[in-house]
Design a protein around this ligand. Structure first.
Ligand code: FAD
Length: 393
């Protein structure tokens, strides 16, 4: 492999470029991104960067690192087609980038409400989105957040902390239904109630109308109306699969890959990060987390260079809301038993072995659980928060 092209200069794409060099790849390396910025990490966009506590985005690497990597970083240059026959990627400016291996790291775009564009309506995916929202977020303003998932609730918590009053509407019957166990979601619901966020379940947005003062009147499905100054929509992302699809690569809710993040349709093509639908145990699954951006980039880099694979960390993610840090490990939904370990820690077991954990403000227990995953735990010891969790194995 002489020439590697990465499409998508976000977290996963940037990490792949770094990993390839760290693993000794010395050929030509081109990173193609459509945003005007070098790669950055997104988590702060709904947290410290939105509130202004962190004035700069969290850059994946300092500017010097990109030059030291000897990679060509093309920003503001969307890729528009993959020609697999010729082995090249075509960019919007008409130029082409030939490849021996291609990594697709195009992430996702926000799912939009089926409503006409309105200046008071914000989405949250890029630094530019976060800057625009922050600019409209005056203290005292009223914010309506559509979607009680991770992004919506983080935005609500941050805006409430900035002196706005936040109302969250969630169509489902509980918060965070997509990826967080009900009990942990309840901890966060209580935290929101304590800081004064108004959470309304089983509600969706039916329409928005302008008010004379520049705000909007939001009409909910039941006919109820709310006058607000801004709206933040966090209803998920749509993976950017178009390039892959148009070039005939298999798609299954994302760009389909095998365990090494390689496309079953073309051994030269890999997909990583949010856009990858990785086939495991017979099902293709996408993962929209910071940790997955990291691990998928590394795994694909190893496979491209023909190096032996490394042990893979158990999937995990975190969310920061209302001054609390919630960490989620593994797959709690696979459990057949739950061990309560005092306030804020739940351990999920399957046939006695640890398959998942949630920890609210308990980073040490979380670190221990990461090391214990897959091991059989003695529930009596594990449930006693005064005993080191590692002793439960
Ligand atoms: P991205 O980072 O989205 O990068 C994809 C890049 O590809 C983008 O820059 C896109 O513009 C570009 N691109 C797309 N198509 C093309 C094209 N045709 N040509 C060129 N470029 C293209 N995860 C956690 O675990 N914990 C958190 O607390 C957390 N908080 C988050 C908060 C916010 C506000 C957001 C948005 C995400 C958060 N995440 C969090 C998720 C995490 O940031 C993502 O999983 C991660 O960014 C995925 O990386 P990626 O490289 O796959 O996608």
């Amino acid at each position: 492999t002489e020439r590697i092209v990465v499409v998508g200069a976000g977290h996963a794409g940037g990490m792949a470029a770094i990993a390839l060099r760290e693993l000794g790849f010395s050929g030509s390396l081109t990173l193609i991104g459509d945003e005007p910025h070098p790669p950055y990490e997104r988590p702060s966009l709904s947290k410290g960067f939105l509130s202004g506590a962190e004035p700069e985005p969290v850059w994946l690497a300092p500017a010097e690192r990109w030059s030291a990597l000897n990679a060509v970083l093309k920003t503001a240059s969307p890729a528009v087609a993959i020609d697999r026959e010729k082995g090249e990627v075509r960019l919007a400016d008409g130029s082409t980038e030939p490849f021996d291996a291609l990594i697709l790291a195009t992430g996702g775009r926000v799912r939009r409400l089926p409503l006409p564009h309105h200046p008071a309506v914000h989405y949250l995916r890029t630094t530019d989105d976060a800057r625009a929202l922050a600019a409209g977020a005056r203290p005292g303003a009223r914010a309506l957040i559509v979607g009680g998932g991770v992004i919506g609730l983080e935005a609500a918590s941050t805006l409430q902390g900035m002196g706005l009053s936040a109302v969250v509407i969630e169509a489902g019957e509980r918060l965070l239904g997509r990826n967080i166990p009900a009990e942990a979601a309840q901890w966060l619901a209580e935290a929101h109630a304590r800081i004064g966020v108004d959470v309304r379940l089983g509600r969706s947005l039916a329409g928005l109308d302008d008010t004379p003062d520049g705000g909007v009147t939001a009409t909910l499905d039941g006919g109820e109306t709310l006058d607000v100054d801004l709206v933040v929509v966090g209803i998920g992302i749509i993976p950017c699969v178009e390039l892959a699809e148009a070039s005939g690569l298999p798609i299954d809710g994302g760009v389909l890959t095998d365990d090494d993040y390689r496309s079953p349709g073309d051994p030269r093509v890999f997909a990583i990060g949010d856009v990858a639908a990785r086939l495991k145990d017979g099902a293709a699954r996408r993962m929209e987390t910071w940790a997955h951006a990291q691990t998928s980039a590394r795994k694909a880099a190893l496979a491209i260079l023909g190096l032996p694979s490394e042990p893979e960390p158990t999937p995990w993610f975190w969310t920061d809301q209302c001054g609390h840090n919630l960490q989620i490990l593994g797959d709690p939904s696979a459990a057949d038993a739950v061990v309560e370990r005092g306030e804020g820690v739940r351990l999920y077991l399957r046939q006695g072995a640890l398959v998942g954990a949630v920890c609210l403000d308990r980073p040490r227990d979380f670190a221990a659980a990461r090391r214990l995953i897959g091991k059989t735990l003695k529930p009596k010891i594990a449930s006693d928060p005064s005993v080191d969790l590692r002793k439960a194995a």
